[in-house]
Structure formats: C-alpha cells, structure tokens
Design a protein around this ligand. Structure first.
Ligand code: GLU
Length: 485
C-alpha cells in the first residue's frame, strides 16, 4: 500500500502569548510536512471560552508569519477540510458521539453535579463510578426525550491494556482499568477537547500528531476512540519538556524566572525570528552531523523524526545569544542596516547621521539588536567622563603626553580639506609617522576625546568620520580643555 500523503496540523488554543514550546510543536509539525512533501494545517482550538484571550488568534498568525512557518490550510487560507476553527465545527461532533451510543460504545450519563461532587469527596481518586453505564437503552432514550440533562461518556474496556507506539517515547502501555469513562459531549451538547481533537484529526486526515509529552497519558484514550470508530490512528510524536537552568544550577520547567519564554518577548529583546527558530529546532532534535546554523530550507532537508530525543531539552539563553550574533554578523550590510536603523534612531532621534556608517561599526559587535541604542548613545550625546580615561598603558598614553598629542591631532585634522574616512585615516597615520609615535598613541586620545568611552564600536577614525568635522573638533577641544584644567 502506498504511503498516505503526510498531513500535519498545528492546533493552538488562543490563550495568550506564543510559548517557545508551542512554537517548537508548530515548527516540527511544519518540518515533518515539508520534508515529506506533505500538507501543514493550522487549526484554531478555541472551544475553551474561559481561557480565550482577545487578540490571541491574530498573534498566532503574526508569529507563524514572522517565523516563516507557513500553513497550507487554515482559517485564513481555506482548504477542503474546513472549517478550521473549532468553534465553527461545533455541530459536527454530536453525531459521532450518537453513533458510539448506538453501537454501545458510549452512553448517556445523567448523574447530577451534586452526585458527582459527592462521589469526588467520597472516593480516594477512583473517579467516576460508571453509575449510568448500564442503564438500558430504552430508559436512556426516554430520559433524554424527557429533557433530563446528560453528558455522553465513552465506555472504556474494563479489562486488558492499551498499547501504542510513540515515535519518540517508544512503546507505551496502560491498564484499561486505569482509564476513566471520559466525557465526550458536555451537557450543553459541545464536545470536550479530548473528543474534539480526535474527530478533527481524523476528519482532517491528519497522519502525524506532534504535541508536548504532557499529552502522553491521554493518548491511549484517544486511540480507544479511533478503535471504537474503526479509524486508522495517526503516528504520535510527543516532545520532551523544555527546561530552564535555575541560579543554583538545578533545572526546572522553563518559566519566566529563567528569562523570556514567548516568541514575542524574545523578539522584543532583540533576537531575530530566524535565530529563534534555528535555536528552537535544536531543542529536542539533533541533526546527524554537528551543524548548528540552519536556514529553514536546510532544516527541511535535515529534519527527521528519529533525531528527536525524549530527554528534556534545556533552554540555554547564552547559546541563543551566540546564535543570534552569528545571524547578525553574517547577514549582508544592507540587511543589517535595515534591522538596525530603528534601534539607532532610538538613540539618535534627530539630526543627519549616516546610518550606514553607524550600522557598519555595529554589525560585528552586537549579539542582540536591543544592545544598539546604548552602544551608540555617545554619538548623540557625549557622556561625562574622567580625564583618567586618557591614560592607557598599551597605547603609551598618559596625562603628560595626551594634551600635546591631542593638540597635534586637532591641528592636523582642522587643516583637512575634506572630511571623510580615508582623509582622516591618512592624516592620523602620517601624523604618527612624522612624530615617530605608535599609531595607538595618536588614536587613543582622539578616541577618548570624541567618545568619552574606553570601549566603543569602531575606532577613532570611524567615529570622527561619523560625527563630522564640526562635532569632532568641538569634542576634541573640550577634551583638551579637560586635560589642561
Ligand atoms: N489546543 C491544544 C493546545 O494548545 C493542542 C494540543 C494538541 O496538539 O492536540 O495545547
């Protein structure tokens, strides 16, 4: 038999921000579909109205678009298996539950809330006692017709065990006696999540279900539903938990105290979507070689389910930062300029500034875009600084020689007919040569005077070029005054 066409789905609930764990699920579903030439579907699971957050659906679209995880079917792009929003499918489920009742695989449960609460209080974790499981069909039909409220429960086998193969965790077996007669349809006629996801996955032709390992224990119940209907089960791929490192070195489930945990918080901290996706791809999946930097196309080529590990993945912020730096350093100058410009403008809100020159001195020095404003703030306004900064052993500068050197620099640069990188460069190098000084001995006082900082993006020449003649000379004259005071 030919393999079925691969169809995967990402089925988020619109309950708020996009946690990196959810994004990883989406990414792996997407990669499995793409690497098999299959179809990737977006389904919005919005039936839990209590957890519904306004705007969360839009955030899902925005995040997937920014992460370049593109879906082939979904609420916004359509497809033959819609509707793709669970609340719009709400009338689809009851007939399936009714079919199970007719076949004796499910039953109406008329137990009142009070009875269930009492049961809950009395039982030692025994759960529902299957009180209504054997009500004769005629009686059940009659009560339903009389309008007695009911839920529909699945009849779980009372003996034996249920086994399934998870692609990551291997063989999982549970004793059927441990499985509750779970509710499929609530008193209001709407399905529970456990029922809806099975009906949706089957009717949408889903072949691979990827979800967090917290769903492992529910999967036998889902499989018993597939069996009750006589449907082919999907392949299951459960993903390990994402952990964070605590300050004491212990690990625990990733949470806000470890750092940002959502896509939007990470991007607002200056991480690039491509770097986040690249990093997340490796959280639980290991390529066959040691490659670490992957474009989306490379991920599609390299990804395979057997590379997914079941051991918990640790979210390492330092590693993410390193990776983000790699992306920033290796992109084209034009691309970097485009990304960096708004951050440069945060620090230099007005005035003419050659953004490309500022971007050029930053590109190899920042690992996150949000480092930019602080790094370039001195270009807009020179910070107060101490004259001790002019002292530098390596450059052989001290408070005695610095004033003289700075004065020579000011004189030579003032005489320059044109103010550009090459002219400034040649002027300062020639000055050093003429005076038999090390280049550094000339550059250091100039750099301190124009920046007021010992660590700057770019050296004296770049900064002088960016600041322009007037501002550069004015800053150097102030520096000289400071030295002579
Ligand atoms: N709506 C569920 C969630 O966001 C999806 C679980 C699943 O993948 O079936 O957790």
């Amino acid at each position: 038999m030919a393999d079925k066409k691969v169809r995967t789905r990402y089925a988020p609930s619109p309950t708020g921000s996009m946690h990196v764990g959810n994004l990883r699920t989406a990414l792996y579903e997407f990669l499995i579909a793409r690497s098999h030439g299959g179809t990737f579907i977006l389904r919005i699971e919005d039936t839990d109205r209590e957890r519904y957050v306004e705007g969360a659906v839009d955030l899902i679209y925005r995040t997937l678009a920014a992460a370049k995880i593109t879906h082939d079917e979904g609420p916004d792009v359509g497809g033959d298996f819609g509707p793709y929003v669970q609340s719009e499918r709400k009338d689809m489920y009851l007939p399936y539950a009714q079919k199970l009742i007719d076949e004796g695989k499910a039953y109406r449960c008329f137990c009142t809330k009070e009875r269930l609460e009492q049961l809950h209080e009395d039982s030692v974790g025994g759960g529902y006692d299957r009180h209504c499981r054997d009500i004769p069909k005629e009686e059940s039909d009659k009560m339903a017709a009389q309008g007695v409220p009911f839920v529909i429960r699945q009849k779980m086998p009372l003996e034996g065990s249920t086994t399934f193969e998870d692609e990551v965790y291997g063989t999982i077996t549970v004793e059927n006696s441990e499985l509750q007669d779970q509710i499929l349809i609530k008193t209001d006629g709407y399905p529970t999540y456990n029922f809806a996801n099975v009906i949706d996955d089957h009717t949408m032709g889903i072949t691979h279900v990827v979800r967090g390992s917290e769903y492992l224990s529910s999967t036998p119940k889902y499989n018993l539903l597939y069996e009750a209907f006589g449907w082919e089960k999907p392949k299951y791929i459960h993903l390990p938990l994402i952990m964070g490192k605590d300050s004491d070195g212990n690990i625990s489930k990733l949470s806000k105290r470890h750092g940002s945990t959502s896509f939007e918080d990470l991007t607002s901290e200056g991480y690039l979507p491509e770097a986040i996706i690249n990093y997340i791809a490796l959280l639980g999946w290991c390529p066959k070689d040691n490659q670490e930097i992957f474009t989306m196309d490379e991920l599609i080529k390299a990804f395979s389910i057997d590379g997914i590990s079941k051991s918990p993945a640790i979210f390492d912020y330092d590693k993410l930062e390193w990776m983000n730096g790699e992306y920033l350093h290796k992109m084209s100058a034009e691309q970097f300029l485009e990304l960096a410009a708004p951050y440069i403008r945060q620090a230099i809100p007005d005035g003419p500034v050659e953004l490309n020159k500022v971007a050029a001195i930053l590109q190899q020095r920042v690992t996150r875009l949000t480092q930019i404003p602080e790094t370039v703030a001195f270009l807009y306004e020179q910070p107060e600084y101490d004259k001790e900064l002019f002292v530098n052993k390596k450059s052989k500068t001290n408070l005695e020689n610095a004033p003289g050197i700075l004065e020579m620099v000011i004189d030579s640069l003032s005489a320059l007919p044109s103010w550009d990188y090459d002219s400034i460069h040649d002027c300062l190098i020639n000055l050093a040569k003429e005076k038999e000084l090390k280049n550094g001995t000339v550059m250091w006082p100039a750099r301190i005077a124009v920046s007021g900082k010992t660590v700057t993006p770019g050296g004296a020449i770049e900064i002088l070029d960016i600041l322009g003649r007037e501002e550069s000379l004015s800053r150097m004259k102030k520096g000289l005054k400071k030295l002579r005071a």
